[in-house]
Ligand binder design. Sequence first.
Ligand code: UDP
Ligand code: MG
Length: 330
Amino acid sequence: MTERMAHNDTAAAGREKRPAVAIVMPCYNEEAMLDISVPVILGILDRLCALGLADSRSFLLCVDDGSSDATWTIIARHHEADNRVKGISLSHNRGQQNAMLAGLMTVRPLCDAAITIDADLQDSPDALIEMVRRYCDGDDIVYGVRSSRQTDTWFKRTSARAFYRLQRSLGLETVYDHSEFRLMGRRALDILSEYGESNLYLRGIMPNIGLRSSIVTYDRAARAAGETKYSVAKLIATSIDGITSFTARPMRLIFLVGLALLLIDVAVSVWVLVSRFCGTAISGWSSLMLSVWFLGSLILIALGIIGEYIGKIFVEVKRRPRYSVSDSIF
Ligand code: UDP
Ligand code: MG
């Protein structure tokens, strides 16, 4: 069921036996789901405590991402009934990534490990127990990875696969079929807090953080109630963020295409000049062809060079930590 990805045995040393676990749940217009998901998560917290895997400070934080329905009222009602249910409400809809970050940064001083899970419980809450077990064994990040995509529509399945492949080919480190269901230990949360970027794409940041990590696989269910909050436009926007926040390689491609065109231009020039001197070309065609090809490749090369500098600016403005220390012995 699990697979170790990186190893660092000192990580487990000194780890608390019963961590305080915070479950972070982004909620956007989830009034149809919350009465189902909150009791399930509370049940999981009970099981974690009964198994000796979490201590009684463990809690659930619902992040209302600027919902326009009764989501906040429902969260408040659950808090009244059981104060392990906490809530924060964002002043405006900021998207799942920002809602999760807000939740993670809120729980950071209050827990030893945080787990993000969607409010629709499509990601199996049972896998949560295995994640905490992994954490107790010394992993700092545990990725929930779905074992199949049978519950997705054909469009979502195909586009997701293509997207992962594209990301990989552009040099991004990503965990295949991992969405936003993951555990992060406090060290990982501390490092995450140093990432200053606004165009957040947590799936890309996690492997970048490093630390000891592993995978827990689970079967992803269909949404029990309510509708997906991701329109095709929102999916495309998140996908573009996922690439443009991590790599400037597309800009380097412009330069390479420019160079390739310059090479082709040599062959085209020979063909144009031969046609010109054999008299098969009409007047004006040769000079036009020569300049179009030559100028086209020069423009692309120039854009590629500008792109290289923009790529540098792009890395600088993110102000990501240049390194993070995971352990030290003096
Ligand atoms: N979500 C959010 N803000 C948004 C969109 C979604 O907080 O702007 C939350 C949503 O409430 C859910 C999670 O992100 O808990 C995943 O959304 P959804 O289940 O609609 O996505 P899908 O599973 O269809 O990809
Ligand atoms: Mg969902």
